[in-house]
Design a protein around this ligand. Sequence first.
Ligand SMILES: Nc1ncnc2c1ncn2[C@@H]1O[C@H](COP(=O)(O)OP(=O)(O)O)[C@@H](O)[C@H]1O
Ligand SMILES: [Mg+2]
Length: 297
Amino acid sequence: MVVVGLIHHAPTPPYTSRQILEAAKDLGADTVYLRPIDLSIHVEETGEVRVLKRGRPLRLDALFVRGLLKPSSIEEAALSMDIVIVFEENGVLTINNSRGILTARDKLLSTIILRKKGIPVLPSVVSMSMAPLLRSLEEWGRGVIKPIIGSLGRGVIPVDNPDIAYSVIRQLFSWSQPVLLQKHVDKPGNRDLRVLVVNGEVVASYYRVAPHGGFKTNVSQGARVEGASDVDRDVLEAAIKSVDTLGLLYGGVDIIIARDGYYVLEVNSMPNWKGALEIGVNPAPILVRSVLELVKR
Ligand SMILES: Nc1ncnc2c1ncn2[C@@H]1O[C@H](COP(=O)(O)OP(=O)(O)O)[C@@H](O)[C@H]1O
Ligand SMILES: [Mg+2]
């Protein structure tokens, strides 16, 4: 029997993870929920490298990576990825794989890679010093400050006032946080587009409309969801290409469709999909089915 694991740091699987596990069970696989805290990695005298769960051996064919450690040190951050890499070294299919996760979660690196592949992205600057950030803000008039690694819209701050920008950036520097500043672009209708791609195909696309007076369109920040069946094919193709370029089997792509064109904001390698459920699509069985096919090959 095929064994499908899912790793997340939470004590019990959050809803997206639960749906993946349920879909895997429905499709006839055995499932295991793993928390990094329960695992140990053993480099044996024989040269074998094993991962044990509470002292017991694990056998997995595929592993969904849904929530790594919330690192409080560089060592914890390294271990998070090491765990995924050990499974890969042992021949387990990881979804997404370590390289894709590492690239996608870094907003600077992924923006650079997407840009190099011809995907439209917004002008961005990253620095650990004030002057270049303030110069770009002055040039653009409006900008958006973001953590280089972040999600759910947390810490995403629109700025147009240089003094406010100065104070926010200073505070971030005092926490040893490098700052990503991006050019702000108007979102007509105060909405953006989320495209969910699985194995080279769009499985759901929907608009996320920011709450009244709000700026962020994350569903977790209260955005309203609307089906998007009118999206240009080139935008959907760009979403597919973005996921593929970052080395992901599946991903949630955030796209702003502005007056002068479209821009890919980011690709989420562990997307939540409440919005897809709201428009009547459950991506879990679609995702699990393609993974089971890859495992059987
Ligand atoms: N440059 C920008 N211009 C306009 N809106 C933006 C810009 N960057 C982010 N936003 C808004 O903020 C939301 C969160 O930003 P995003 O880069 O996707 O970070 P997160 O990983 O936290 O979701 C986006 O969905 C969008 O609505
Ligand atoms: Mg986002």
